[in-house]
Ligand binder design. Structure first.
Ligand code: NAI
Ligand SMILES: C[N+](C)(C)CC(=O)CC(=O)[O-]
Length: 484
């Protein structure tokens, strides 16, 4: 039976939490009195379904069941984890936490609060030890960070359990050791936000110019190395000490207005909102969300290939998901990859470009290799499979956003060779096949050699079962040869 999470407050953030739990196989009950909540969560979920699987290289678990509860009591019944995501008002959060605790006993209650300290949330609670901050980042279904902030009253074991649950849904719980208003990340965001408001108010820059200053420069750096590693490099060969020597004095120069905030009034709101409308009003919010998600997926996939930063978290989550996969039914072709056609995959003909078919095929093949134990640890040990020959047959088109699956049928194998037939499907339609011949290689010696016995032992039952399947008509076909 699927595990259950309760989401109390189903707005921007609650919707994102619901999507992340659901797509990782948990059942989710949402409570939100807003009559529009169901529609809004449906739209967030549609975007999440199109986005999150594109980050995974192993099949994700079957989606959990989403229900909308009529009361908090109903939502939290049987829940193993509760996430409070109501509006940022302390009195409201207190009321909601008290209602949750009337029906939940000993269950972790994370709060999405952007700024309240856990000790503030715990004030007057029946059981303060289970309430903590689990502060996520929008879009919650894609970004891994959740700042986990306990207080001195928190139950340390429960916090560790909650962090493990967050890992199980692909998140990166960052344990904030000392509670502080706005935690770690929002202190930076607020500092940058205040400076940006000043720059617009003082007529120095428009909202668009500020966004360009971020996304054309330091924003790109931050996403992969953060602040300190970036500045260490900026110090040149002498590193951080030189950086501090050069830029330390500017702390006292008028580079910053951080201690001061512009007056929040209608004039400021109209100025910022007006410029923002001029900048991006041509898109709906949902369109902007999809653009953002596509960009994040592309960026995070690069980090994943490089096993770095947020990409490392994705790789670890793949390993976790792979360990949960049931034994594949060996008498059938193996479905080993789910993909989504991303903007960078589209060519000037407006459809998926040819090199991406091979890319999709190799993703399926890499997953087969992982399945038989020829994984990255095996490669690190000096052995791997190299592709000796590929034959791609294009049968149909794929368009931006299409969901593709990849299957593999092992046609034959011996100690040194592996002959695989891959199908790329859109729904039920095979849009391409990729036939591959792989050679097992001793990378140090630079020549083919027999695969390790444990790899062959895993490959054998799959190949034997696949030998009973009909041989694909186009297997062995050469370019231009007619069928039949
Ligand atoms: N929007 C953002 O960028 C981020 C927000 N957060 C935090 O997440 C929390 C929620 O913020 P958003 O989702 O942005 O706000 P939102 O306004 O989109 O959603 C809040 C939801 O709470 C619901 N709500 C109000 N009273 C309720 C009640 N009595 N019972 C159940 N639901 C109730 C509202 O109907 C609404 O759907 C806040 O604590 C916020 O600080 C955290 C990270 C990022
Ligand atoms: C603006 N904000 C304080 C609500 C931002 C956050 O809390 C995190 C985010 O997703 O930017």
């Amino acid at each position: 039976m699927a595990r259950k999470a309760a989401i109390i407050g189903g707005g921007v953030i609650g919707g994102g939490w619901a999507a992340r739990f659901l797509l990782n196989g948990w059942d989710v009950a949402v409570f939100d009195p807003d009559p529009e909540a169901e529609r809004k969560i449906g739209e967030v979920l549609a975007n999440a379904r199109a986005a999150l699987p594109a980050l995974s290289d192993v099949p994700m678990p079957p989606e959990g069941r989403l229900t909308f509860a009529g009361s908090i009591t109903e939502a939290v019944e049987g829940a193993e984890y509760i996430q409070e995501s109501v509006s940022e008002r302390l009195d409201l959060k207190h009321r909601i936490l008290a209602q949750i605790q009337q029906s939940s006993h000993g269950v972790p209650i994370g709060s999405s609060t952007s700024g309240f300290k856990p000790s503030e949330l715990q004030e007057g609670a029946a059981d303060p030890s289970v309430i903590f901050v689990a502060h996520p980042f929008n879009p919650v279904y894609l970004l891994p960070l959740a700042e986990v902030v306990p207080s001195v009253k928190s139950d340390a074991k429960l916090i560790e359990n909650a962090k493990e649950i967050l890992r199980q849904i692909g998140m990166f719980p960052l344990h904030v050791r000392k509670e502080i208003d706005a935690h770690i990340a929002d202190r930076f965001l607020e500092a940058v936000w205040r400076e940006a408001l000043w720059l617009v108010k003082d007529g120095v820059a428009t909202t668009e110019e500020i966004d360009e200053a971020i996304r054309m420069g330091f924003g790109l750096r931050w996403g992969q190395m953060g602040l300190f590693e970036t500045y260490r490099i900026a110090g040149g060969e002498a590193g951080m000490k030189h950086f501090l020597a050069q830029f330390g004095p500017c702390l006292t120069w008028p580079w910053t207005k951080l201690m001061d905030v512009p007056e929040y009034n209608d004039e400021l709101v109209d100025l910022i909102a007006g410029q923002s409308d001029a900048q991006s009003g041509k898109y709906t919010i949902r369109e902007l969300e999809r653009i953002r998600d596509g960009n994040l997926i592309g960026f995070m996939r690069v980090l994943k290939d490089r096993d770095w930063g947020a990409g490392k978290v994705l790789k670890e989550h793949d390993k976790r998901l792979a360990a949960l996969l049931p034994e594949p039914p060996k008498a059938e072709v193996l479905e080993l990859a789910q993909m989504q056609v991303l903007p960078g995959w589209i060519d000037y003909n407006g459809h998926m470009t040819e090199s991406r078919y091979l890319f999709a095929g190799t993703m399926v093949c890499d997953n087969l290799l992982r399945l038989i134990g020829a994984d990255m640890d095996y490669v690190a040990g000096g052995h791997s499979y190299f592709t000796a020959e590929n034959h791609v047959i294009h049968l149909d088109e794929a368009k931006l956003g299409d969901h593709l699956t990849g299957t593999v049928q092992v046609l034959s194998y011996d100690e040194k060779r592996l002959h695989a037939f891959i199908r790329i499907l859109k729904g039920e339609t095979v849009i391409a096949t990729v036939e591959q011949m792989l050679l097992h290689v001793d990378m140090k010696a630079g020549k083919a050699c027999p695969a390790a016995p444990e790899v062959l032992a895993r490959l054998k039952p799959i190949a034997e079962a696949h030998a009973a399947l009909p041989r694909p008509e186009s297997a062995g076909r050469h370019v231009g040869q007619r069928k039949g």
